[in-house]
Design a protein around this ligand. Structure first.
Ligand code: CDP
Ligand code: CDP
Length: 224
């Protein structure tokens, strides 16, 4: 029986999941896996190759041609799509606009979940996403469900994206987050929902340091 520790962090878009997951992994020397980056990379491939999301055969064929790899440097996500570094491109609006539709496809989810479960098989990991505590690792030792005021979330993400997207407005970001949250919570396949045993962490009024302390208090007692 494996005794590795899995920390599952789920929640709405832009509510601080990856900030917390990275900081936690760094502090505890765990591996950090950004599951959203995987769905984003698949969406990028689908956009570039004009894959029709309603065409089952096209989707399945495209998935066979997608090879994703993570390279962790300083706990930042570096993801390659068929050996091309796409870490920056997957954060841009065209991908953000499409990713939730791509992530709603059953075959896409099955393949991503399979890869994610393999990564957490024998190592201590922190993984963030939408279905980590419910589907990918239902037996995770620590589950957090993060949330924050939608306006605050949009402002935080806007600040982050503005330097590379000067034409973008706060409304664009707010609408993208609202659209993705709606799509992610209402889809048929593994909708975003809180696992019964997940602890809610609302970070509307918390700094990144305060949310890290909250999580450390939960995980540290499990480390022997
Ligand atoms: O922008 P944000 O960091 O909040 O999103 P993300 O974690 O990069 O995830 C992008 C999108 O991928 C989400 O809006 C979901 O549609 C999808 N996703 C998912 O369905 N399941 C996951 N475990 C992770 C992400
Ligand atoms: O991963 P997720 O989409 O949930 O969110 P994130 O990328 O970790 O956080 C979105 C933005 O909120 C980043 O710019 C973080 O620095 C910021 N943030 C914050 O200001 N205060 C927090 N307590 C958590 C995140």
């Amino acid at each position: 029986m494996s005794s590795n520790i899995v920390v599952a962090i789920d929640g709405y878009s832009s509510c601080g999941k990856s900030t917390l997951a990275k900081a936690l992994a760094k502090k505890l020397h765990f591996i950090y896996v950004d599951s959203g980056a995987m769905y984003r990379a698949v969406a990028l491939y689908f956009i570039r190759n004009n894959v029709d999301l309603n065409n089952h055969d096209q989707v399945v064929k495209a998935l066979e041609h997608i090879h994703l790899n993570f390279h962790s440097r300083d706990y930042q996500t570096h993801i390659t799509l068929n050996d091309e570094e796409v870490s920056a491109e997957i954060r841009q609006m065209p991908v953000s606009d499409k990713v939730s539709a791509v992530a709603a496809i059953r075959e896409v989810r099955q393949e991503m979940v399979r890869q994610q479960q393999r990564m957490g098989k024998s190592k201590n990991i922190v993984m963030d996403g939408r279905d980590i505590g419910t589907v990918v690792f239902p037996n995770a030792q620590v589950k957090l469900f993060m949330t924050a005021d939608p306006k605050i979330r949009a402002e935080r993400r806007y600040k982050e994206l503005l330097p590379t997207n000067p034409d973008m407005t706060l409304e664009d970001v707010f609408e993208n987050l609202a659209h993705r949250d709606y799509a992610d919570t209402t889809r048929e396949e593994s909708p975003l929902t809180r696992a019964d045993d997940a602890i809610i962490l609302d970070n509307t009024d918390l700094t990144p340091e305060e949310q890290l302390q909250f999580a450390l208090d939960l995980v540290k007692p499990l480390i022997v």
